[in-house]
Design a binder for this molecule. Structure first.
Ligand code: C5P
Length: 318
């Protein structure tokens, strides 16, 4: 886990300056494959998925607060969609960490700068939870390790452990049992953001109604393509069992995919996670820039963003 990106100690070599303000960033993800089994009695669906962390980050800053206060201010993209009444994932993450690993008097003011769109299939909320876990763990000088943070993360949301880990990884169970994959190559993606949001539970429910049980196995050859660093072969094998249900709920996504998939340089495309963001894997940075421009012309596309994968998980910033 590539946690420490740099620590700033003051010049006199005394106490580290990061104890007063801790800054962490955590990445968005795309799923290169999302294979969904039948809903289990606990309401969750067993998954086989390949996550890739991409270069779009939310940032969380934690500063000490007296008397056990935990509060949050959110700014940036879609900030108005994030509750600030203590029910958002950053405050819940900090409270869970304090309960399990700290003492009741510990407090923090959290500040979230969002770049990852909310409810977009990119695990933005999970990134914020992952960043808050790491930031508060450092702020409060807790004796936590990556496994402990991942366990707490899994209680907060299925994608939180991956936001901590980053890179490219196989996810099983609810998506939170992770196996890092040693993949080669740099993957150029264009993300096409939609105007509306999609609720993950609603997309899973539509999956139950329309499909019930998806692919049991990952697409043949995908893991091998990633290990070889063969983006073209990987692009042909992208697959998402939630894509049909997401398009059913939001038909314009079908048009975005149809338009983008045939553009020059596009190796493959899919809805990211439960959507509605569409992700286009491109041959190189140049074709990705042209694809982003063309996609941005579509009325169904709110904005486009060029990102690369894989990037590390939640990182402390100097
Ligand atoms: O775990 P997380 O909070 O991200 O999940 C949000 C919702 O997505 C769950 O309440 C559930 O409805 C659905 N889900 C699922 N199966 C999974 C992961 C999520 O049905 N493996």
């Amino acid at each position: 886990m590539g946690y420490v990106d740099g620590m700033s100690h003051d010049v006199a070599g005394e106490a580290p300056s990061w104890s007063e303000v801790v800054r962490v960033r955590a990445p968005a993800k795309v799923n290169l494959a999302l294979c969904v089994g039948a809903r289990a009695p606990d309401g969750y669906h067993p998954l086989r998925t390949i996550f890739q962390a991409v270069s779009l980050w939310d940032e969380v800053t934690a500063t000490p607060a007296p008397g056990g206060v935990l509060d949050v201010v959110v700014e940036g993209r879609d900030a108005s969609l994030v509750p600030t009444d203590g029910t958002d994932l950053t405050v819940r993450a900090a409270a869970l960490l304090r309960q399990r690993c700290g003492t009741p008097g510990l407090g923090a003011h959290l500040h979230v700068t969002k770049a990852i769109p909310v409810a977009a299939g990119l695990a933005g909320g999970s990134a914020d939870a992952a960043a808050a876990l790491l930031a508060c763990s450092v702020l409060w000088d807790l004796d936590t390790d990556p496994e402990m943070l991942a366990e707490l993360g899994a209680e907060l949301g299925s994608d939180v452990p991956f936001a901590l880990l980053g890179g490219t990884a196989l996810g099983t169970g609810r998506g939170s049992d992770l196996l890092p994959l040693l993949t080669r190559g740099r993957y150029q993606w264009v993300l096409a953001f939609a105007h509306r949001t999609l609720s993950t539970p609603a997309v899973y429910q539509r999956f139950d109604e329309l499909i019930g049980c998806g692919r049991a196995e990952l697409p043949a050859g995908l893991l091998e393509a990633l290990v070889r660093g063969d983006a073209a072969a990987a692009g042909l094998r992208l697959a998402n069992d939630l894509q049909g249900p997401a398009v059913d709920l939001y038909p314009e996504l079908g048009q975005t995919l149809a338009f983008g998939t045939v553009l020059h340089g596009v190796l493959g495309s899919l809805v990211s996670g439960s959507g509605p963001t569409c992700a286009f894997l491109c041959a190189d940075a140049r074709s990705a820039a042209a694809v982003a421009d063309r996609l941005a012309e579509l009325p169904a596309v709110r904005a486009t963003r060029l990102v690369t994968g894989a990037v590390p998980g939640a990182q402390l910033l100097g």
